[in-house]
Ligand binder design. Structure first.
Ligand SMILES: [Zn+2]
Length: 82
């Protein structure tokens, strides 16, 4: 791939900027956030709480996947020994 091609490919990627209000990412071509621009303060708090909850959920899921991978690794190791 030539340098020109990679630059034009990169410029086509949508750029994201972080919203100061709800801390979610949205396209920098938009002048207002798509997540919270039409929310009032109470709805914004709910959105933030939901976002935090999903972050926590993902962290928990990652931990479970890691444990599952470790268990499978041990089982494979044991079956290999026997
Ligand atoms: Zn926002």
């Amino acid at each position: 791939m030539s340098l020109d091609m990679s630059i034009s490919w990169r410029s086509k990627q949508p750029k994201q900027k972080r919203c100061d209000r709800c801390e979610l990412y949205y396209s920098e071509f938009l002048d207002k956030c798509t997540h919270c621009s039409d929310l009032n303060e109470a709805q914004l708090l709910m959105l933030k709480a939901k976002h935090q909850e999903s972050l926590k959920h993902n962290a928990k899921l990652g931990k479970y996947l890691f444990i599952a991978a470790a268990v499978i690794g041990v089982l494979l190791f044991v079956s290999f020994l026997w």
